[in-house]
Ligand binder design. Structure first.
Ligand code: ADP
Ligand code: ZN
Length: 206
């Protein structure tokens, strides 16, 4: 819901920041649900508030542009591609106040301890990622990140078959790989009733 997303009182908590308090925000949902858009919105607002921001994404996601995080609607924000959590941690400037991470599901499990460590050092950590894989199984390490986050936002797409609230990423190409990077060429958003936990033919566009 728009109201929920607009209600975001975490970003300008300067008083908390002066007290040295950090926290973790996690944004999860299916593909096309607006996770990247919401992450980019929060990062832009942090920059407007003149906070020092660093953004990372896993190298595995070659979607659109390697040096940027991008939403399906075309919004973009600069980001640094990294292969491991360790590499990301080595790149974080002690002065950084806000750490943004997209495609969190493609990070190794060290990301959980790293997020806690960064928040413990007073940083605001915002992580977006898929909470389920193409079979509907929880997509680690997102469940672990949800457990340790102070703030959680669940985003939803629209089912391309029936128009209901979509919570699933339906794979539309033949592949049994858990990681099959793609966008609307390989996935579409579906609701609980229309989703099937394996590949299905794409819904024709009218
Ligand atoms: P995510 O990061 O969750 O994959 P994005 O932020 O990249 O999502 O993209 C969200 C945008 O995708 C929407 O604003 C809309 O323009 C577009 N979109 C395409 N298909 C759908 C769909 N089935 N439901 C909702 N939005 C969709
Ligand atoms: Zn449906």
């Amino acid at each position: 819901m728009v109201e929920e997303l607009a209600f975001d009182n975490t970003e300008e908590r300067r008083k908390d920041r002066q007290n040295g308090t950090g926290w973790i925000e996690v944004i999860v949902g299916s593909m096309f649900s607006g996770k990247s858009e919401e992450l980019i919105r929060r990062l832009n607002r942090a920059r407007i508030a003149r906070q020092r921001v660093q953004v990372f994404k896993p190298k595995i996601d070659a979607r659109y542009s390697i040096e940027e995080i991008a939403s399906h609607s075309g919004r973009k924000h600069g980001s640094k591609p990294v292969t491991t959590t360790k590499e990301m941690m080595e790149l974080i400037d002690p002065e950084t106040q806000v750490v943004g991470i997209d495609e969190g599901q493609f990070f190794d499990s060290d990301i959980v301890a790293a997020a806690n460590e960064l928040a413990g050092k007073g940083k605001r950590v915002i992580i977006a990622g898929l909470d389920q894989d193409y079979t509907g199984k929880p997509f680690e390490p997102m469940p672990q990140l949800l457990s340790i986050a102070e703030f959680i936002t669940k985003t939803h797409a629209i089912c391309v078959k029936c128009g209901n609230t979509a919570n699933y990423s339906q794979r539309t190409v033949e592949s049994d790989e858990r990681v099959e990077v793609g966008a609307s060429d390989k996935y579409e958003a579906r609701c609980r009733q229309c989703f099937i936990p394996h590949s299905d033919s794409p819904t024709p566009v009218e």
